[in-house]
Structures are given as structure tokens and as C-alpha cells.
Design a protein around this ligand. Structure first.
Ligand code: KG4
Ligand code: ZN
Length: 334
């Protein structure tokens, strides 16, 4: 069991990758659907499923070609089972089952969030266990105590919006487009992060839950109150919003690591690509004497290499998924 084909279709990226021994990425193809959903300002589930159907076979073929291998060199298939959009998940999931069945190799369903955690573990110098991991994406914002590749415990999570979702909604409210994370962070580079004091939602300071719906509302209110002038302040709004979100995320991650007496922190998920968040976590960790583990930017957003890596360890441990296994839309446990 060496060469794993990974497949990911949980949201708006159709992705396939070939990974050797859980760490060596031989290929990673990500077909983004941004152009399909951009006119609607967000992901349209039905369109996502249709686009996955069109893309899945060519994307898998491309991954094999880029890796320079043929189908008969695949030892196993790993595919995202959930959480995500059910119709979107079903495309990759059904394809993976059929592909593995046709090749007569084992396959395994992988939790998407476990995949994101593996994006950290794939680095040349992965953290020792245990470590505290902030998983921050468009659908999730949680802190985990990661004790092994299979043992992860939720220490805190968002009670409402995910941080990435807040970036997307603020971008949409300012008419800047989708997906918002990259747009807001680019715009923030030319803004003053201390110009507007948006509220930090600390909740219970000793706990590690988050809430981001308030700041989204606060940005909307600011735009209403400054209806004549906010257009000239877009960069300051973006920078001040980003600052408020990043401060809470980074501080809670470091505090979570302290609470378990563990000097190692990691960040994963689409928002882990945010330069301000990467810098802040690095700064605070250095101050606290902790090591920081950040995935390569190419592995932050949804990709299939992280799914292949997570699946490799499951398959190597003897786990096999049955052909009647179904996808899931929501699940707390990894
Ligand atoms: O992990 P991901 O690709 O998909 C999910 O599993 O949700 O994360 C996508 C999210 C989106 O909300 C996107 O706006 C956000 O990650 N994102 C960013 C940045 N790049 C992507 N947020 C802030 N700053 C970025 N540079
Ligand atoms: Zn994701």
C-alpha cells in the first residue's frame, strides 16, 4: 500500500491527487469553480454538483498524467466523505467507489476536516503529537487537541458563522465579489487595521469557542452609518475587520495550547492562507516559546493531496470502507 489516489469534491473544487506513502505529493490537481459561482456571490449547490460531474473524470486523468503513473499503479483510493454539500460530495464519492471497484483496490472514505489536519502533517518537519490545531475554513472554525493521526478532540468551535464565511459575507456586503477571503486580505494590505474598532467576540476568555456573526453585522452597521463615506474607506474596513478576526483566532489558539501544556500550534484550512493570520500566530507563538506549523499555501484550501494523505494512514492501518457507505453533510467528530 504505497500510492494513493485522493479525490475531493465537498464544495466548489474538484480535486484529485496522487500521494506516495502519505507525504510525497506526486501530483495535485484542483479545478476551481469560482467562475461558475461568482455571478451569484456564493456557492450554488446544484451548479456545484453539475460542474463536479463534468470535471471529475478529466481531473483524475490529469492527476495520473502529472504523477507519471498508470491506473494499475494505484494501490488504493481515498475520497472525502463529508462534511460538505451532499450533492457535491456524492459525485466524488460515487466516482471513487466505482474507480476502486473497477481497479480492484481498497478504498476509504475520509472526513474532510481530518484531511485539513493532514495538510499540516505532510510538511517535511511535522509537529510532534500532541499539538493544538486551529482549523479555519469557509465552513468550520474549531480548535483541536491533536494527539495522534486518529485521536483528535474538539477544544472549541464557532457557535455561528465560520471565520472564512465572515470574510466571504463582508466581501459580498461591500460588493467586492466571491470568494471573499483573498479579496479582503489583498485589500487590507493598503488599509489601516486600527482605523475602525470592530468588536472582538471573546465569549468566555478561558474557553475556545468563537462567534463571528457579530462582527459581520458590525461591518454592515458601519456601512449604514457611514453611507456616504464608506466607499472611500474600503481598505480600512477590510484591514480593521481582518485585524479583529485574526486577533481572536490567534489569541485563542495560543491560549488553547497553553491550557493543555503543549508548546506546538498549527493552523489549517482555507483561511490558513491568510498572511496576517500566519504572521500573528507566528509572533504570538514565538513570544510564548511555541513552535508553529503552517501548511504550504497550496495545501490550505481544499485539495485532494490532504485526503490522499489521511486515507493512506487509514488504509495502511487496515481500514476499508464498504460499497454501501454513504456521504454525510455534518459531523462533529473527526
Ligand atoms: O478550506 P476551504 O478551501 O474550504 C472549506 O472547507 O470551507 O476554505 C475556503 C475559505 C473561504 O471562506 C475563503 O474566503 C477563505 O477560506 N480564504 C481566506 C483566504 N483564502 C481563502 N480567508 C482569508 N484570507 C485568505 N487569504
Ligand atoms: Zn476545506
Amino acid at each position: 500500500m504505497k500510492t494513493i489516489l485522493g479525490i475531493e469534491s465537498s464544495c466548489d473544487e474538484t480535486a484529485a491527487a496522487v500521494v506516495s506513502r502519505g507525504t510525497e505529493i506526486l501530483s495535485s490537481v484542483v479545478a476551481s469553480q469560482i467562475k461558475v459561482h461568482a455571478p451569484f456571490g456564493g456557492v450554488v449547490p446544484e451548479l456545484a454538483s453539475r460542474k463536479h460531474l463534468e470535471s471529475i473524470a478529466p481531473v483524475v486523468e490529469q492527476a495520473l498524467e502529472d504523477a507519471g503513473i498508470s491506473r494499475d499503479q494505484i494501490d488504493g483510493v481515498a475520497v472525502t466523505r463529508g462534511p460538505g454539500l451532499v450533492g457535491a460530495l456524492l459525485v466524488g464519492f460515487s466516482f471513487a467507489k466505482a474507480y476502486a471497484f473497477a481497479l480492484d483496490v481498497p478504498w476509504v472514505g475520509v472526513n474532510h476536516l481530518l484531511g485539513h489536519i493532514h495538510s499540516v502533517l505532510m510538511s517535511p518537519s511535522p509537529p510532534e503529537f500532541p499539538f493544538a490545531a486551529l482549523l479555519v475554513s469557509g465552513g468550520h472554525t474549531s480548535i483541536y487537541k491533536v494527539s495522534s493521526r486518529t485521536d483528535m478532540e474538539v477544544m472549541g468551535q464557532t457557535r455561528d458563522d465560520a471565520a472564512g464565511e465572515a470574510f466571504d459575507k463582508v466581501s459580498k456586503a461591500m460588493g467586492l465579489g466571491y470568494p471573499g477571503g483573498e479579496i479582503i486580505s489583498k485589500l487590507a494590505e493598503s488599509g489601516d487595521p486600527h482605523k475602525i474598532s470592530f468588536p472582538r467576540s471573546w465569549l468566555d476568555k478561558k474557553k475556545f469557542d468563537f462567534s463571528f456573526s457579530g462582527i459581520k453585522t458590525a461591518v454592515g452597521r458601519y456601512m449604514q452609518v457611514h453611507e456616504d463615506s464608506w466607499h472611500d474607506e474600503k481598505a480600512d474596513i477590510a484591514a480593521s475587520f481582518q485585524e479583529a478576526v485574526v486577533e481572536v483566532l490567534a489569541t485563542k489558539l495560543i491560549n488553547a495550547a497553553k491550557s493543555i501544556g503543549c508548546p506546538r500550534v498549527a493552523v489549517a484550512g482555507g483561511v490558513a492562507a491568510n498572511a496576517c493570520l500566519r504572521d500573528r500566530v507566528t509572533q504570538l507563538a514565538a513570544k510564548a516559546g511555541m513552535s508553529v506549523h503552517l501548511p504550504d499555501i497550496s495545501l490550505c484550501g481544499d485539495n485532494a493531496a490532504m485526503i490522499a494523505a489521511a486515507g493512506y494512514y487509514k488504509l495502511a492501518a487496515g481500514e476499508r470502507s464498504p460499497l454501501n457507505m454513504d456521504v454525510f453533510s455534518r459531523m462533529e467528530k473527526l
